[in-house]
Design a protein around this ligand. Structure first.
Ligand code: SDX
Length: 431
C-alpha cells in the first residue's frame, strides 16, 4: 500500500492532525483514523458503516458504481461461466485457483466430511415440525462447537483447515436434515459419489421408498447460485462473523452468528421475501399499486430484492441469475414462468420510475434467485438456508483471514452517547 496524507484541522484549537491514507489494489483509498481519538479526543461517526473500512482483506472486491464483483481478482462472470462451486471454495480459501491435483484432493476431502455426528442429527427431533429451518440450522451449527474439540485451537493453521473443510462439507447435510424434519420424512445420509450440489439435491428430495436421480439442470443451476452467493466482501453477516470471531470464540459459534445475521429480510432473508411479495402482488395489473407503496414514506412496504448498500448499479449476480431462470424454467418448474414474467415486468416498470432511478435502486442477488429455488422444488422457507449454504465458504474464508492476521484484535466500536447526563440516585419515596 502506498501512503498519501490528509490533514485534519481542529479550527477551535488550531490543532492539526496528519492522517495516513492507504491506496488499495482496487477501489477507494482508506483514511487511517486510528490516531484520531488519542490526538484530538473525538470519534468518527458512521452508523451502518456506509463509509467505513473495518479491515484489510484480500478476498473479494466490489465496485458498487460499476456493478463489479471479483473473488481473489477473478470477475464473477468468468467464474460463473467456467468454474464450479467447489473450485470457487478452494479459490476463496487459498487465494489461487487449484491445479487438477489440488482440486481433486480438495473435492475428495469435502466429499468425505459430509456426515454429521448422530447425536447432532438427533437435535432436530427437539424442534417442533413447523420450526423455521433457519432457526434449526442456526441452533445445530452453534452446537457443532460441542462436538469438535479436536480442531478449535484457532491459532493452529491445521485446525483452521480442518474446521474449514468440516464446515463447508457439513452445512448441506445440516440444511437437508432441517428440511427433512420439517417434512416429517427420514433423514437421507450424504453420498460420497455425488457432487456437492448433487448430494444436496439427493438429501433434500430422495426418500427410502423410491429411487431418485439427480436432475443435471438442477445440479448446474444450484452450482451457479452457490458460486454467485459464495462471498460478498464485508456484508452484514460476514462482518458479524468477523466481529464474533474477533473475541477468539469457537469458529462454529462465529459461523452461527453469521447465519443469524443473514436471516434478516434486509439481508439474506430477502430471497424468501421476494417470492412472498410477488405472490402478494399476484399479477401485473397490481404492480403500479405496489410500486406506489414502495415509494410511500409512510408505508413500510419495500420492493424486496431491490436496492443495495453498495451496488448503485445493477447487481452483476442478478443478471446472471435471470439468465439461468430461463434455462431452468425451460427444463423444469414451468408453472413458475408466471412468477418470472411478473418479476421481469416489475423490474421494467421500477427501472423506468424516477424514484428508483434517482435512488439507484436496481435488482439485487435476491430478486430472481427464489424463482430458481422454487422451480427446483425448494420451499420458500428454505431459501435463506440455501443462501447460508453458499455463504458459509465466504464466512469461513474471512474468519480464517482475520484469525491468521497477527495484527487483528477484538472489535470494539464506540458511540455517540445522547442519554441522560450524570445524576444522583434518588430513593423510591422521593420519586
Ligand atoms: C443482500 O451487503 C451485501 O453485500 C448484501 C448481499 C450479500 O451478498 O451479502 O448483497 C445480500 O442482502 C442483498 C440485499 C437484500 N435486501 C433486500 O432486497 C431488501 C430490500 N432492500 C432494502 O431494504 C435496502 O435497499 C437495503 C437494505 C438492501 C440497503 O439499504 P441501505 O443501503 O441502508 O439504503 P437505505 O435503506 O438507506 O435506502 C436508501 C433510500 C431510502 O430512501 P430515502 O430515505 O433516501 O428517501 O432508498 C430507499 C430507502 O427508503 N430504498 C427503497 C428500497 N431500498 C432502499 N425503497 C423501496 N424499496 C426498496 N427496496
Amino acid at each position: 500500500m502506498t501512503e498519501k496524507k490528509y490533514t485534519l484541522t481542529d479550527h477551535q484549537s488550531g490543532t492539526e492532525l496528519e492522517l495516513p491514507c492507504y491506496d488499495p489494489t482496487l477501489g477507494p483509498s482508506v483514511l487511517d483514523i486510528s490516531s484520531l481519538y488519542g490526538k484530538l479526543g473525538v470519534f468518527t461517526h458512521d452508523p451502518g458503516f456506509g463509509a467505513t473500512s473495518c479491515c484489510e482483506s484480500n478476498i473479494t472486491f466490489i465496485d458498487g458504481e460499476k456493478g463489479v464483483l471479483v473473488y481473489r481478482g477473478y470477475p464473477i462472470e468468468h467464474l460463473a461461466e467456467q468454474s464450479s462451486f467447489i473450485e470457487v471454495c478452494y479459490l476463496l480459501l487459498n487465494g489461487e485457483l487449484p491445479n487438477a491435483d489440488q482440486l481433486a484432493e480438495f473435492d475428495e476431502s469435502i466429499r468425505t466430511h459430509t456426515m454429521i455426528n448422530e447425536s447432532l442429527l438427533r437435535f432436530f427431533n427437539g424442534f417442533h415440525h413447523n420450526a423455521h429451518p433457519m432457526a434449526m440450522v442456526t441452533g445445530v451449527v452453534a452446537s457443532m462447537s460441542a462436538f469438535y474439540h479436536d480442531s478449535t485451537d484457532i491459532r493452529n493453521p491445521a485446525h483452521r483447515d480442518v474446521f474449514a473443510h468440516r464446515m463447508i462439507a457439513k452445512i448441506p447435510t445440516i440444511a437437508a436434515a432441517a428440511y427433512k424434519h420439517s417434512l416429517g420424512q427420514p433423514f437421507i445420509y450424504p453420498r460420497n459419489e455425488l457432487s456437492y450440489c448433487g448430494n444436496l439435491l439427493n438429501m433434500f428430495f430422495s426418500v427410502p421408498s423410491a429411487d431418485y436421480e439427480v436432475n443435471p439442470i438442477a445440479e448446474e443451476a444450484l452450482d451457479l447460485l452457490f458460486i454467485l452467493h459464495a462471498d460478498h466482501e464485508q456484508n452484514c453477516s460476514t462482518s458479524t462473523v468477523r466481529m464474533a470471531g474477533s473475541s477468539g470464540t469457537n469458529p462454529y459459534s462465529a459461523i452461527a452468528a453469521g447465519i443469524s445475521a443473514l436471516w434478516g429480510p434486509a439481508h439474506g432473508g430477502a430471497n424468501e421475501a421476494v417470492i412472498n411479495m410477488l405472490e402478494q402482488i399476484g399479477d401485473a395489473s397490481q404492480i403500479s399499486k405496489y410500486i406506489a407503496k414502495a415509494k410511500d414514506k409512510n408505508d413500510p412496504f419495500r420492493l424486496m430484492g431491490f436496492g443495495h448498500r453498495v451496488y448503485k448499479n445493477y447487481d452483476p449476480r442478478a443478471k446472471i441469475i435471470q439468465a439461468m431462470c430461463h434455462k431452468v424454467l425451460q427444463n423444469m418448474g414451468q408453472e413458475n414462468a408466471v412468477l418470472l414474467e411478473l418479476a421481469q415486468e416489475l423490474e421494467q416498470i421500477a427501472l423506468k420510475d424516477e424514484y428508483f432511478v434517482e435512488k439507484n435502486l436496481y435488482p439485487n442477488v435476491d430478486f430472481y434467485s427464489g424463482i430458481i429455488y422454487r422451480a427446483l422444488g425448494i420451499p420458500t422457507s428454505m431459501f435463506t438456508v440455501m443462501f447460508a449454504i453458499a455463504r458459509t465458504v465466504g464466512w469461513v474464508a474471512h474468519w480464517a483471514e482475520m484469525v491468521a492476521d497477527p495484527t487483528s484484535r477484538i472489535g470494539r466500536p464506540r458511540q455517540l452517547y445522547n442519554g441522560p447526563g450524570l445524576r444522583d440516585y434518588t430513593a423510591i419515596f422521593d420519586r
